[in-house]
Design a protein around this ligand. Structure first.
Ligand SMILES: C[S@@+](CC[C@H](N)C(=O)[O-])C[C@H]1O[C@@H](n2cnc3c(N)ncnc32)[C@H](O)[C@@H]1O
Length: 236
């Protein structure tokens, strides 16, 4: 294993933990990505170099298939810099889009990406994930919640709190779509990403509320290194 890879996978987190013994894991994730962006290094998903590998309509396509309309309230949970959120902002009526993420830097990069004109026209609500941000998004009574390329960034120790927060935004009529990748077992894919077996997702949802229904949908038949590209559709 190359030294850099070894550091990212096995050393960076324990070293950070020594300096931040009581900080939540989410702060570590935000620190790694923010540091990279501030150093002007390219990130594939957040900031000025972000690219939507499968096209920027990847998330909106699923929402439209399930009935998303302009008057609906939508939460993009772990929205990053809105690379997949922008087409949904364009579709929705003003004030109906909620983008939530760990760091204000990511949301600021999102505003840059959306541009002043669209932001002024559609008034997206962009909030950091904290008690106030979560309460405000829940009060908007989301009809749809999408979370793309986020579940795979959640390590075991915060899996239950992650599902608790995102599913805690639901009301009886909310449809939630959680995209994830499954190689058949729980394994680390890179420094900040893990494969998530579908049974683990279903169990985590049921631990939040056993009454929730979960359907696992395969988003594409194309596979990269035996990885299934899936989405959990959660609803009451
Ligand atoms: C690969 S990026 C994807 C961003 C965006 N969803 C997209 O597809 O363009 C992963 C995102 O998940 C967010 N994230 C990571 N851990 C999270 C957590 N525990 N709760 C909420 N968001 C999280 C990150 O801050 C980051 O914006």
């Amino acid at each position: 294993m190359k030294l850099k890879k070894l550091y990212r996978r096995h050393l960076r987190y324990p070293l950070w933990r020594v300096v931040h013994p009581f900080a939540p894991y989410e702060r570590y994730y935000a620190w790694v990505v923010t540091r990279k962006l501030r150093r002007g290094r390219a990130h594939p998903a957040i900031g000025p170099t972000a690219k939507a590998a499968r096209g920027e309509r990847e998330m909106i396509k699923v929402m439209l298939q399930h009935g998303l309309q302009a008057h609906h309230a939508f939460v993009d949970y772990g929205c990053g810099s809105l690379r997949l959120g922008r087409p949904i902002i364009e579709l929705l009526e003003p004030g109906k889009f909620w983008g939530l993420d760990l760091a204000q830097d990511f949301l600021d990069a999102g505003l840059d990406y959306v541009g002043a004109e669209l932001a002024a026209q559609k008034q997206p609500n962009l909030r950091v994930i904290d008690d106030a941000g979560l309460a405000a998004a829940k009060a908007a009574r989301p009809d749809f919640i999408g979370s793309w390329h986020v579940c795979g960034k959640i390590p075991d120790q915060i899996l239950d709190s992650f599902f608790g927060k995102v599913l805690g935004l639901m009301h009886a009529g909310t449809h939630v779509f959680l995209q994830f990748e499954d190689t058949g077992k729980r394994e680390q894919l890179h420094g900040l990403a893990w494969s998530l077996p579908e049974a683990t997702v279903i169990a985590a949802v049921r631990r939040v509320d056993p009454q929730l229904k979960v359907d696992i949908v395969e988003l594409t038949k194309r596979r990269h290194r035996n990885m299934r590209y899936l989405c959990a559709h959660v609803r009451y």
